[in-house]
Design a protein around this ligand. Sequence first.
Ligand code: AR6
Length: 175
Amino acid sequence: MNDRARIEVHAGDITKLAVDAIVNAANTSLLGGGGVDGAIHRAAGRELEFECRMLNGCKVGEAKITKGYKLPARYIIHTVGPVWQGGGKGEAELLASCYISSLELAAANDCRTVAFPAISTGVYRYPKDEATQIAVDTVGAFIDERTMPETVIFCCFDDQMAELYRQAVAALRKS
Ligand code: AR6
């Protein structure tokens, strides 16, 4: 089994996954919102918001960790993706930084399995092809260098997004 076998693609709702940590595509307030952030806050329960209030927000490209509360996941890693502004505002670096910061936090908290949503590709309008390439390349490079997390799951909300990820992961396996 090579390192790339440590990457999986799953289509479905990230709040249902019984992994060590799921990643939330949050905003800088960390106090909840729509999309996957809203789904995670609803599923985890009000206690999550109480813990988030103590964190004093989070910068774009960085990440913070909380407990998972009512979720099957033990932890939630909250990261803030960039809003797409045409690509000339450092969006690619900031998006890559979300994945790296989240993986660093996962490793520091002994998380063997981590699931990511497609950060910034919803409300924040990052083009899906480019965001997928960044996600897969950044995670691939990270796990090449590190033993933890052991497995990274890209959790896509729909089959079309999952197909994009499958193609990018297959291309990574060949490279
Ligand atoms: N499970 C997995 N993926 C999901 C789920 C789910 N339950 N729900 C949505 N997605 P978005 P962003 C996918 O908009 O673009 C919030 O209001 C969705 O199809 O959730 O980073 C925050 O508070 C898309 O592919 O996050 C911020 O203000 C992906 O998750 C802002 O939105 C990301 O879409 C963040 O925007």
